[in-house]
Design a protein around this ligand. Sequence first.
Ligand code: NAP
Length: 437
Amino acid sequence: MSERKPDAAPVRVALLGCGTVGTEVVRLLHEQADDLTARVGAPVEVAGVAVRRPNKHRDVPAELLTTDAAGLVDSDVDVVVEVIGGIEPARTLLLAALRSGKSVVTANKALLAEHGAELFEAADASGADLYFEAAVAGAIPLLRPLRESLAGDRITRVMGIVNGTTNFILSAMDGTGASYAETLEEATQLGYAEADPTADVDGFDAAAKAAILASLAFHTRVTAADVHREGIASVTASDVAAARELGRAVKLLAICERVVGEDGSESVSVRVHPAMIPRSHPLAGVNGAFNAVFVEAEAAGQLMFYGQGAGGAPTASAVLGDLVAVARNRVVGGRGPRESAYADLPVRPMGQTPTRYHVSLDVADRSGVLSQVAAVFAEHDVSIAVVRQQGRGEDASLVVVTHSAQDAALRSTVDKIAGLPVVREVVSVMRVEGEEP
Ligand SMILES: NC(=O)c1ccc[n+]([C@@H]2O[C@H](COP(=O)([O-])OP(=O)(O)OC[C@H]3O[C@@H](n4cnc5c(N)ncnc54)[C@H](OP(=O)(O)O)[C@@H]3O)[C@@H](O)[C@H]2O)c1
């Protein structure tokens, strides 16, 4: 029997923000009104749309527009959809909504990565829902699979490309051999990078998403401040060329890992940095502004989630999916998943995280160079997986790929090697992910 209750009271929605994402939310709510009513079991009605500059929004019926977001949240609504972005006033508005028992759907990664715990506590106290599928990887269903579908499994690793701007830049550098600065300029002209690209290129956006992914995957509270973050501004054309020669591609990765220490104790490592991955790895083929996330779980094995990680309509798709879920809960009763942070695993400092390095050196063309370099690796207890010496005279170079070692040991090794008289220049240093070489 259908759950449809045509006479059921409408689910009233406050929409906060009507920009790139909000405009598409309004459009889809309007265009799919009948289907949404059938799927929810009651009509979904927009009670108001809060914006900063109402004159700019000619497509939205004037009687729905307001600049008083707090008043709209406080009015007779059941669900608050937030697509304003940033910390304030979004945080205050959503806390007010949750505290008064209104369910919340948000696309705001920055807010969740910094104040997720506070929002979840407010939701739990009132029994309201807090959904945020659109906050990570846009249209790609990823958080619901982590929160629900994989809730019976043990996730060991989540590794992904979660920022389209940096992926566009790195893909273009790989394709053309151009420098980072040239490629960033092109990305800005094409609209793939913002006028101020800091949040993307310095890894802040990806770090917020990594914090959210790690929190869900490992049932542990992880904030953006816990995430080790390196951006792509220092990736050179030589790094990209060096990767290419080794059959690898450079990607900005968000990596969330369960690390088991020698004594069996568990911790999580959460980091964002550029890394070389084998071209045969599924993430290496993710180009341009697309996102993809690779999940490894003990029973499920390897899973890959791929699709459009941004843009108005794709992100609105995820927002609408959440809206249908929370509206259904309102109509039929019940709640979606709460915060699950019971595992409370410690976050491992980057220096103690096992990683692998690729080091490319310009060296003097002399006998004994290799043994001097190898001795520094051995001194730091770093074992070498691949070494390649090539060229003569001015062109002599040495490429070393290590086995897994603590990041701090790898860093000290590189620092010491840079000071060796036989080393003319450290051309490229980059972490390596993917299979052991
Ligand atoms: N764009 C994407 O592709 C994408 C993808 C995934 C997630 N997200 C997330 O979605 C959220 C929205 O992004 P967006 O790109 O749609 O942003 P946007 O285009 O900048 O739109 C922001 C909207 O919020 C309104 N606003 C700003 N301050 C306000 C205030 N104090 N009170 C009421 N309204 C206010 C603005 O009003 P005016 O229009 O009047 O200025 C605008 O309509 C962010 O959290 C973002 O991280 C976006």
